[in-house]
Design a protein. Sequence first.
Length: 131
Amino acid sequence: MAHTHRRDRWILVICLLGGVLLTVIGVRYFLTPEGAARTFGVPARPVGHELHYIIGLRNVWLGLLAVTFALLREWRALALWFGFGAAVCFADAGIVASSTGRVPQIVFHAVCGVACIGLSVLTWRRHNKNS
């Protein structure tokens, strides 16, 4: 039994370190975008579709994560996912507003943020109902 708890702790620590590492990488992209891009193999000024592929990959794995949480009925995980997703949607709206200023795209991201808030609340309530 103690061996299982020790293994679970190690798995948890490794998962936490992975999450922290990914967060630090993301913050580095905010603070020094060109340096971070070079470090991780993306040219400072992408000439091809590298940036599009990175964004696409981010969206695919995050989308599949939400699908997996939903299929497993992991309500608390979904609530957190949608809560953080709302912050990302509003941040994307701000990025679009400051870069192109195109209203339809800004509205799209803002509406997605509001939808994420609603889904976060609904899934959190569902989680509490099961607890």
